[in-house]
Each structure stands twice: as structure tokens, then as C-alpha cells.
Design a protein around this ligand. Structure first.
Ligand SMILES: [Zn+2]
Length: 136
């Protein structure tokens, strides 16, 4: 009973409010004024948007992703004693290679046992081999 009263009060209030708001505001601005207003508003949003969206958010995602990647890479290097697992070179331009391609196995992306240490030359060689499976 009380709920019913509250609900009808709320409904009435909402209806009168929105109705009078629409009626009151509808013809205050001329078409020309509205055009100008929407122009400056969209300009403002555009400027803010490029700073905010283009700058901070993806950067943060990238940073977090790359920080995680760096940790994974360092763990792979440590396990392999900073030694290329193909040609045996120690140190230098080492890269961590995903044994199972991380694009196809996102759940293995940061698994140490899915990583292997290669020097930059062997990484290119092994990556090429992986990308062209019929090339032996
Ligand atoms: Zn190598």
C-alpha cells in the first residue's frame, strides 16, 4: 500500500518534471545559437578527448603489458642463463621467444615454460621457420 503511494508519487513527479523541463527549454535558443553551441561543445570534447583517450588510457595498458612482458622475458633469460638455446652465444642481444605463438595461445603468453632464449639472429631464424610451416 505504502509502496504503491510512493511509486505513484515518484511517477507523477518525474513526469511533470521532465514534461515541464522539455517544454520550458525547447524554444529558448534559436537554431543559429544551437548550431554555435553544438560546434563549440564538440570542439571542446574533441580537444579533451584526444588528450585523455589518446594519451593516458592506452599508455597505461601498454605500460602494464610491457612491464609484465619484461618480467616474463627476464625470467626466461635467467632460467636459460642468458644463453641462446640455438647457437649457444651468451649475453648480447638476447630475445625471449614464445615456443607456442602468443597470438594463438594467450593463456601461455606469460608462462616461463613457453619461453626460450634466443639471440637476435636465431630468433629471426626460428620466427621465420614458424611463420612459414612448409619451409624446411
Ligand atoms: Zn643464437
Amino acid at each position: 500500500m505504502q509502496e504503491q503511494i510512493l511509486k505513484s508519487k515518484y511517477d507523477n513527479g518525474l513526469k511533470t518534471h521532465s514534461w515541464s523541463w522539455n517544454r520550458g527549454k525547447k524554444n529558448i535558443y534559436s537554431k543559429e545559437t544551437l548550431k554555435k553551441m553544438s560546434k563549440s561543445a564538440s570542439k571542446r570534447i574533441g580537444e579533451k578527448g584526444s588528450n585523455w583517450r589518446g594519451g593516458k588510457t592506452p599508455e597505461l595498458i601498454l605500460l602494464r603489458a610491457s612491464a609484465k612482458y619484461k618480467v616474463w622475458r627476464n625470467m626466461v633469460f635467467l632460467r636459460d642463463d642468458f644463453t641462446c638455446q640455438d647457437c649457444g652465444v651468451v649475453g648480447g642481444n638476447l630475445e625471449a621467444h614464445h615456443i607456442k605463438p602468443f597470438a594463438l595461445f594467450p593463456e601461455l603468453r606469460f608462462r616461463i615454460d613457453n619461453g626460450i632464449t634466443y639471440c637476435i639472429k636465431c630468433h629471426a631464424k626460428n620466427d621465420l621457420r614458424r611463420r612459414i610451416p612448409n619451409d624446411s
